[in-house]
Design a protein around this ligand. Structure first.
Ligand code: SAM
Ligand code: SF4
Length: 349
């Protein structure tokens, strides 16, 4: 088998290709921000050990931004160049009538891409409504195909429900369905091959995310299943891989095609090859805190400018302020790294 030049192909981002289109959300490093992640709830029906603690104080529902407030915010954000929106959480499908929000957002003509990240547990009953409301793409998290391990890793029983959710997502006919997998050494790293095969059989892309220090449990770098290790295994045991040519230079994932043309694998190498230099994302938490980085230590509270009434001018100004203050990148490979107080579920992954 021809060896895959894994290390070279992991050097992905050609700065010349990184987005430089118009928009007002440009930081001091010249990065243009057009991508917004919206957390619609901090609640979850799982307790993935790498994401959130077991005993957690959730926000009161009155604290959550309403769908009208979220839509009003997005309408302002699009005037600053935002044109991609992803709904996330916590588990976004726990938010009642999420398809109503999707319907509101899909009416905003500047949004070119409206997507959702979910654990899939509740997707079976919601997939069709979400599709009809205008959702373009779904990413479903799946870390294991072994029921007992699902229980171990996610602290709740739910593999069959998740698998049903994946089927329902496929049947609903979204523009794309992808899987997200966090692979942790000594936990589920022995499933890289079976998960990749599963995705290939279903004709959907799987993306492996390197395990990041943002959960409740103590993170150890030694437990991170690194991008090149994952790719090597898949290349040897599933099918030869070649770097994809038509990748999006602003997307966090590096894309690989199977050489036989039957499928794709993505790698989000946040630890071994951070992609901060091409980051185009901002985030808003479920209670309205604006964050310019997953690992940001500071955030701007937008709720006073959304409730009781919308202050368009101030929100617009704060969006710019927030982006201008963005740092070069996270520091979790250095001693300077400070873990944010919020864990992943309370930020929005
Ligand atoms: N509940 C939804 C889900 O699980 O897909 C959406 C929210 S979840 C926080 C979004 C993504 O973040 C998931 O794919 C999850 O695997 C990923 N994630 C959570 N904690 C992580 C960590 N410590 N390192 C890497 N990815 C993580
Ligand atoms: Fe819930 Fe998603 Fe976090 Fe798992 S990764 S605990 S499903 S928010």
């Amino acid at each position: 088998m021809k060896p895959l030049p894994i290390q070279e192909s992991l050097v992905k981002n050609d700065p010349a290709k990184v987005e430089t289109s118009s928009g007002n959300l440009v930081d001091t490093f010249g990065r243009v921000h057009n991508n917004l992640r919206i957390s619609v709830t901090d609640r979850c029906n799982l307790r993935c050990v790498y994401c959130m603690p077991e005993d957690v104080q959730f926000l009161n529902s009155k604290e959550l931004l309403s769908f009208e407030e979220i839509s009003a915010f997005v309408k302002i954000a699009v005037t600053k160049g935002i044109n991609k929106v992803r709904l996330t959480g916590g588990e976004p499908l726990l938010r009642r009538d999420l398809s109503t929000l999707v319907g509101f957002l899909s009416q905003i003509k500047e949004i070119k891409d409206l997507s959702l990240t979910t654990n899939g547990m509740l997707l079976k009953s919601q997939a069709v409504a979400l599709k009809q409301a205008g959702l373009n793409r779904i990413t479903i998290s799946l870390d294991t195909l072994v029921p007992e391990r699902f229980l171990d890793l996610c602290k709740r029983d739910g593999l069959s429900q998740t698998l049903e959710g994946i089927e329902a997502g496929i049947m609903a006919g979204f523009q794309s369905i992808k899987l997200n997998t966090v692979s942790i050494k000594g936990t589920n790293d022995d499933e890289v091959v079976s998960l990749a095969k599963f995705a290939r059989e279903k004709q959907i892309e799987i993306r492996f995310i390197e395990y990041m220090p943002i959960g409740a449990n103590p993170w150890e770098k030694a437990k991170v299943m690194l991008a090149h290790e994952i790719l090597d295994k898949i290349d040897k045991e599933v099918g030869a891989l070649v770097p994809a040519t038509n990748y999006d230079p602003n997307a966090p994932a590096m894309e690989f095609d199977y050489a036989d043309g039957k499928g794709k694998v993505g790698i989000i190498a946040s630890v071994s090859k951070p992609f901060c230099q091409s980051c185009n994302r901002i985030r808003i938490t479920a209670e309205g805190k604006l964050r310019n980085c997953l690992f940001a230590l500071e955030e701007i509270d937008l709720k006073p400018f959304l409730r009781p009434e919308i202050n368009e001018h101030e929100i617009s100004r704060l969006l710019e302020t927030n982006v201008v203050s963005k740092w070069a990148g996270h520091q979790f490979n250095s001693k300077e790294f400070i873990k944010p107080l919020r864990t992943m579920h309370a930020i929005g992954g």
